[in-house]
Design a protein around this ligand. Sequence first.
Ligand code: CUA
Length: 332
Amino acid sequence: MRRVLPFVCALLLGACDFAGHVQSPLNAAGQGADDVLGLWRFMLVTFSIVYVAVMGLGAWAILRRRQGEAVPRPANQVLWIGVGGLAVPGVILTVLLVLTLSAMAAEARWESREADLTISVVAHKWWWQVDYEHREPQQRVRTANEIHIPVGRDVRVKLHSRDIIHSFWVPALAPKIDMIPGRYRELMLRADAPGVFRGQCAEFCGMQHANMAFLVVAQEPEEFERWYARQLQPARAPQTELELRGMQVFMEKPCAVCHAVRGTLALATAGPDLTHFGSRRTLAAGALPNTRGNLGGWITHPQSIKPGSHMPDIDLGAGELLALLAYLESLQ
Ligand code: CUA
């Protein structure tokens, strides 16, 4: 019993969702996920009935044997095999096929409609670049690892991979879709209510596959517009001596070689755009909450937090680190 207990506990705890139901297809919060959930429910119910019936018959036969009674053979074995082995599975699988095809057709019809907003998401090892399609020329919103969408609006997401195969999956909002280098794919997202939904790369892509997450923040349209307007702005200029020093550290140390902060001389695209980094909820593609302590640890020892990532450990004096933290946090 003592050996079995940990496994039972692990199984039971595996069903818990400590993060608040943000990454479960069972908590569908949008049309794409609703379709998938409908299929899942059909499969759960029918397959459970079949499972219980088959296991029940097996248990009945074993018990009968144990009691010394013979298990009766059906009079017509061919009929039993025909019904239980062909007709019943045939009907169930045909119904499932029809439901799947109609869900796919509904998804395709939805995707062919005009979207209210178009976003492009590019997968990198191991983070997500997010660009909002220009509404006006010269306007650009680029962020990383956090996608904001207005509630109740159809959002087209154009997906592409910069390096190897990744997979875009926000279980509570939409079906999973692979991102294949050299191919452009599309997906519709719509959230029915405000909330923060976790997404995860769902195709094994190397050492930090598990730490390749992102958030979808569904906001009321007015709130989304406020967020969008702020993201359109170039980075906030340093306001204090410390922030100014932090900006100098950012430019002199390797940071500016990979990252962009719009409105400054840092324009690189190898790593996430940090123009409004301070407003984001997580660090390192969902690996850590965006707090001062985590940020300090991430900047100085990223290889301990996300081994294999392209971000190198950076050697900074205590004063330099404090200034850099103040500057990055000021990029709201
Ligand atoms: Cu990217 Cu797994």
